[in-house]
Design a protein around this ligand. Structure first.
Ligand code: IVH
Length: 701
């Protein structure tokens, strides 16, 4: 609800104070938006169109009186031409009936057999049908008098519909005037629909504008045709296929397919997939073929319709109840279905990303039983306001993961509460955080979360990290699955645990020799430089470069560990220190803070550190500091190092190596027989040193 209606709502606009008007406009904006949602998104309006229009008119009146109170979210920004009060009623001279459905092939066989029985036709008397796609839109009757479009009406309850003449005039497929040789009176019936691509584009635009979206093309078509303001209808991409008739003078005679040809000749759109078909097998083959075409058609179809072709036979067959005996709708499995969200659970991916999932009361969609649907992320749930206990429309198209299209608000249980996204990881109990500007909430328990363990371990033992030979993509999950390791510290305890080693030797692809090799590989990596250790932890944004920046700055493990502890505790100086490191940015600082704020991670890291000898980073010498950031050129022949080695060494010291000498060169290292580069350096006054001096510098650094 949008709160209680204000007491002022029946007062004329000029009797309201500014404050009262502002309050009522705020209420109107919320209330009208709510009805828009109910109508567009849920196809479940609570109020009559005339009541809705009265709300909009009241909004417009108040805005006219107080133009400076027009709100940014005012519903008036979205109106076109002034709307009509309400649709007029149209009584259909020939009722608009519906079709019986056949779900299974057997029901089609029975449909044909029943017709043959009714007409007393023997097995070999031919019986011709017209097979047509069943367009998933809404039916509409167009009355042409002497070729001029006089009236358009919706089906309504089949007997009385609504006069939507102004709206159908805006549909580009519907001719205002028939061509060729139109009869004195012809009421053409058919389906108003919207193409899937147009629907998707329309919804995408509304989403951008922050407006509610439609569930499917049919709802959009229905909502568009039933607009009181035809200028809105005009902006909607409505289309039309003709397939039947109502009142007609002279009466329609001959065959249904002949009638469709006639419609085409009069300039009306008839579906191109319509076919003449004989025999039950051919009907079923048509159904199969259209089922295959269905995903690639530009519009939605929900089945095919078989109609007896002869109009004489149609008259003889007549109606049962509200459906003709001469036609049947052979449906496809629905691609959308209604069901209940029993629970919303959260799955943790291998990178810690948390994905909410709707656990559904099982329902058949597109011929497959569906019991879960992804809810993507927190925003998705909030935008659609999906709650546990809600009835929802779910959709499945082809192999696509089932989606929740929207909530049927009218069926919401009174006690349903908005979903609260968990702030701790359901797998490991660690804090789950969502950085500002990101859609995904993540578990921060990188070192302990079972959902992330395989991925984390794989990374930790990889090349740039611990680089443990014999432990690869395949072995890590294998060891985890066998319960032989539970974490990184555990891996380093493995060599001391004969019982676990014996079990490992039994695993597929292992054996005593391989186990021995693994033990040796683990022992060889107990000693690790600080930068590699930091990299191995797999904290977000700590690639090899950032890990090295951190290690160079803090030098030894203890200093780094203490600084991170202070960072996590919210010490602004700890953050400032990081911020001052050249190359370290906000995202990395935040990732470090999150990682160390999680007690599980701290415990796991301390346990790991106990197993290791963590090598400190040496302080760079004065010489190395002097080389950092400088541009060096090597020239001539070096006796004690190759050029490649010299270059690598210089770069390791933070220098850039250039190929030619310029004013920007800081240092030239001249080997034997140096030529023009040396001369240029001397001319430009660039510092030149010989190989001996270079070696001294390189060694001391
Ligand atoms: S013939 C008396 N043909 O399906 C029979 N209907 O379930 C009149 N529909 O209300 C209907 N495509 O809105 C017919 N090719 C088609 C159709 C079609 C879609 C819709 C129509 C009708 C409903 C019946």
């Amino acid at each position: 609800m949008s709160g209680a209606a204000p007491a002022t709502r029946d007062l004329p606009p000029d009797q309201l104070s500014r404050e009262q008007a502002a309050a009522e406009l705020a209420w109107l904006a919320a209330e009208i938006a709510r009805h828009d949602r109910l109508y567009y998104q849920h196809d479940a309006p609570e109020i009559d169109d005339s009541v809705y229009d009265a709300l909009r008119r009241r909004n417009a009146e108040l805005e006219r009186r107080f133009p400076d109170l027009i709100r940014p979210d005012s519903p008036s920004h979205r109106v076109g031409a002034p709307p009509v009060e309400a649709f007029g009623k149209v009584t259909h001279a020939v009722p608009m009936l519906s079709l019986d459905n056949a779900m299974e092939d057997g029901e089609v066989v029975e449909f044909v057999a029943r017709i043959r029985r009714f007409l007393g036709l023997g097995g070999d008397t031919p019986l011709t049908f017209v097979a047509e796609p069943k367009i998933d839109g809404l039916s509409c009757a167009l009355r042409y008098e002497h070729g001029l479009l006089m009236r358009g009406a919706t089906r309504g309850d089949g007997t009385v519909g609504e006069d939507v003449t102004a709206n159908v005039r805006t549909v580009r497929d519907i001719p205002q005037r028939l061509v060729g040789d139109p009869p004195p009176l012809l009421e053409v019936r058919g389906e108003v629909y919207i193409e899937r691509a147009e629907f998707a584009a329309f919804n995408a635009e509304r989403e951008l504008a922050g407006e509610p979206t439609f569930m499917n093309p049919r709802n959009l078509a229905a909502g568009s045709l039933r607009q009181l303001d035809s200028s809105i209808t005009a902006r909607r991409p409505l289309r039309f296929f003709a397939y039947a008739w109502g009142e007609a003078d002279p009466p329609i005679e001959g065959s249904h397919h002949g009638f469709l040809d006639r419609l085409r000749a009069l300039g009306l759109p008839v579906n191109p997939l319509v076919e003449l078909v004989q025999g039950t097998d051919a009907l079923l083959a048509y159904h199969r073929r259209l089922g295959e075409l269905r995903p690639n058609l530009p519009y939605d179809i929900d089945g095919v319709v078989y109609k007896v072709d002869s109009i004489d036979l149609q008259r003889r067959l007549g109606f049962v109840g509200r459906a003709p005996r001469w036609a049947v709708a052979h449906k496809f499995p629905a691609q959308q279905a209604e069901t209940v969200v029993e629970r919303i659970t959260v799955q943790v991916g291998r990178t810690g990303a948390m994905t909410p999932v709707a656990e559904l009361r099982p329902v058949t969609v597109g011929g497959v039983t569906v019991s879960r649907a992804t809810l993507h992320n927190q925003d998705y749930i909030e935008q659609k306001d999906i709650r546990e206990g809600d009835t929802v429309i779910i959709q499945r198209a082809g192999d696509v993961i089932p989606q929740v299209v929207g909530v049927v608000i009218a069926k919401r249980p009174p006690d349903a509460r908005p979903f609260r996204f968990p702030e701790v990881c359901p797998e490991c109990g660690s804090a789950a955080v969502r950085p500002p500007g990101e859609a995904i909430r993540r578990c921060t328990g990188g070192l302990v979360c079972p959902a992330q363990l395989a991925e984390r371990l794989r990374h930790a033992v990889s090349r740039g990290a611990f680089d443990i030979e014999g432990l690869g993509r395949k072995q890590v999950p294998q060891l985890l699955a066998a319960g032989l390791i539970h974490g990184l510290a555990d891996l380093f305890r493995l060599p001391r645990d004969p019982e676990r080693l014996a079990r490992l030797a039994e695993l597929d692809g292992w054996g005593a020799r391989k186990v021995q090799n693994l033990v040796a590989a683990i022992e060889a990596r107990r000693e690790i430089p600080l930068d590699r250790l930091i990299y191995a932890l797999g904290i977000r944004f700590t690639g090899e470069v950032n890990a090295r920046l951190l290690a160079r700055h803090y030098r030894d493990y203890g200093t780094w560990r203490a600084a991170m502890e202070r960072l996590a505790a919210g010490d602004p100086e700890a953050a400032a220190e990081l911020d001052a490191i050249d190359g370290v940015g906000g995202a990395l600082i935040e990732a470090l803070r999150e990682f160390f704020a999680e007690p599980h991670n701290r415990t796991a890291l301390d346990a790991l550190a106990e197993e290791l000898h963590i090598r400190s980073v040496e302080a760079p010498s004065a010489a190395a500091a002097a080389l950092a950031g400088k541009t060096i050129v090597f020239t001539g022949t070096l006796q004690r190092m190759t050029r490649a080695e010299a270059k690598a060494r210089a770069e390791a010291l933070g220098a850039k190596v250039a190929g030619s000498v310029s004013r920007r060169t800081d240092l030239v290292v001249a080997g034997a027989d140096a030529g023009s580069k040396l001369r240029t350096a001397q001319e430009l006054g660039v510092t030149v040193i010989d190989e001996e001096r270079w070696l001294e510098l390189a060694r001391s650094a």
